[in-house]
Design a protein around this ligand. Structure first.
Ligand code: NJP
Length: 239
């Protein structure tokens, strides 16, 4: 299988971290990007000499200079980009009449503008390699849930962007959207509404493991030449 050069944002925890590890283990080179570079270092420790290489890049997806710098480091090291996984994202749950404009703007800045920044910085390289965009959507990409209207809107955006990439770059790029339900990560810890966080925590703890999502990402990334998974929806097994 061809060794691919893969850029993952939000690789310091949860789904991004697990995807970075599993993709390295399947032989690919990973550039992991996040603000907490100490957490990125943990990933290197879990890899062996038979795995792909792991490059640590520290930065914030809201900062174009950070993202461009990481892309430059990655392309200097490996010569190009084959896959991007703009995974960095967060949800701050609150009913609309309790949510603050600051938390709404933060979700828009990271989940929408951060994804656009990543796509924009990587697009010339992806077009050169006829690459693959693996977007991280959600069950909230199609459904709207109570207490998470703005988060759901940012995830509806992901599906719209994936469809737009699929149509406009037909024959030039592949695109996959991964739509998980609850996954047991740091995700719910970002909700400031104490009552809601306490109520939701057990539901996320009982959710899927990040590795289950990462395995689906590996499957999508390694499907090249055989077919493209446009969407993969993953739900917790509540039986
Ligand atoms: O969450 P978490 P998940 N600049 O909190 C990074 C979606 N999703 O893995 O910068 C750069 O463990 C942060 O890194 P750091 C969800 O919407 C989840 O669950 O070091 N990076 C960390 O690595 C999101 O799109 C569930 O703090 C920034 C990562 O993002 C994706 O899955 C369900 C950043 C977040 O890791 C990963 O979330 C679903 C910034 N400004 C969709 N801000 C779920 N967990 O249930 C954050 O449907 N990061």
């Amino acid at each position: 299988m061809k060794k691919l050069n893969i850029f993952i944002t939000g690789a310091s925890s949860g789904i991004g971290k697990s995807a970075a590890i599993e993709l390295c283990k399947s032989g690919h080179n990973i550039c992991g990007f996040a603000r907490r570079s100490d957490k990125l270092k943990d990933i290197s420790e879990q890899l062996s000499s038979e795995d792909g290489e792991f490059l640590i890049t520290e930065g914030d997806v809201r900062n174009a200079i950070d993202v461009d710098k990481a892309v430059a480091q990655m392309t200097k090291k490996w010569g190009g980009i084959d896959v991007i996984i703009p995974n960095a994202g967060l949800g701050k749950f609150n009913p609309l009449d309790k949510g603050t404009i600051e938390e709404w703007k933060l979700m828009v800045d990271v989940n929408i503008k951060g994804v656009l920044q990543t796509l924009n910085s990587c697009l010339p390289h992806l077009l050169k390699s006829k690459g693959h965009v693996v977007n991280i959507g959600s069950l909230a990409s199609r459904q709207v849930f109570h207490n998470s209207g703005v988060y759901c809107a940012t995830k509806h955006f992901i599906l719209a962007m994936s469809e737009s990439i699929r149509m406009e770059f037909s024959g030039k790029l592949a695109v996959t959207t991964i739509n998980p339900g609850a996954v047991n990560t740091e995700f719910i810890s970002h909700t400031d509404n104490d009552d809601l966080r306490t109520e939701y925590e057990p539901k996320f703890e009982a959710g899927m493991s990040p590795k289950f999502i990462a395995d689906a990402i590996v499957e999508a990334v390694n499907s090249g030449g055989r077919g493209i998974y446009s969407e993969i929806t993953l739900r917790p097994d509540r039986r």
